[in-house]
Design a protein around this ligand. Structure first.
Ligand SMILES: *Cc1c(COP(=O)(O)O)cnc(C)c1O
Length: 223
């Protein structure tokens, strides 16, 4: 299958999930996760109309972002180390992985020094997976006032990577929990919910995802 055929097949699954849950297609943005994949495959995706890309390593973002032109939008979806903030910020349209208050403070300070505002999502470890970064639901709630007041960060919503389960239905409760947490926080600007990957984005959309992060279903398995 070509990249463009894969994108078409994902598009029809997104449309179907929106229909099942009474949502509009334009409430959901597909992020093509291009980590480890070469530029020519990313260019195939651009040719097929895909504009949002996700990377999890700053160095790959540094290598790829300048080569793709201004129309592409880049999402940083991996843990951001503090010593890479300055490099990452100017290349990142949306940072999905604000996973601690210390990181948030430093991102805001450095964004201020660089004269930019960082759009970001708060990463919540909603399934309480010890192997994952992120705020617990309680810690996110407790940190929210400070996060919202940081001058050079604009918080747009929440992101989660639930514990992996091959059965997407098993992950539904975690997607629902992220949406319920967002709703309970009662802050209008938290519109975005980044959740769902290749094997479970349909369920994530049914539970309210606005950004789905899909890699292998577009670009093939990673080596
Ligand atoms: C790699 C990755 C994805 C995409 O995973 P696939 O299963 O290939 O779709 C999504 N989100 C994050 C945070 C990732 O690191």
């Amino acid at each position: 299958m070509s990249i463009s055929e894969n994108l078409q097949s994902i598009e029809s699954k997104i449309v179907a999930a929106c229909q099942r849950s009474g949502r509009e297609r334009d409430e959901v943005q597909l992020i093509a996760v291009s980590k480890t994949k070469p530029l020519d495959l990313i260019q195939d995706a651009v040719s097929a109309g895909q504009l949002h890309f996700g990377e999890n390593r700053v160095q790959e973002l540094v290598d790829k972002q300048p080569q793709l032109g201004d129309e592409a939008q880049w999402h940083l979806i991996g843990h951001l180390q503090k010593n890479k903030i300055r490099k990452a910020l100017p290349l990142t349209d949306l940072l999905h992985t604000l996973d601690s208050i210390e990181l948030a403070r430093q991102v805001s300070r450095i964004a201020g020094e660089e004269g930019i505002t960082c759009r970001a999502l708060v990463q919540v470890n909603i399934s309480e997976d010890e192997a994952k970064y992120g705020f617990s639901a309680e810690a996110a709630q407790a940190a929210l006032d400070e996060l919202l007041e940081l001058p050079h960060i604009e918080i747009r919503g929440l992101m989660t990577i639930p514990k992996f389960d091959p059965d997407p239905e098993a992950t539904r409760i975690h997607f629902a929990a992220l949406r319920e947490l967002r709703d309970s926080l009662g802050v209008d600007q938290l519109a975005e919910l980044s959740m769902g990957m290749s094997h479970d984005f349909g369920v994530a959309i049914e539970e309210g995802a606005t950004l789905v992060r899909v890699g292998s279903a577009i670009f093939g398995a990673r080596g």
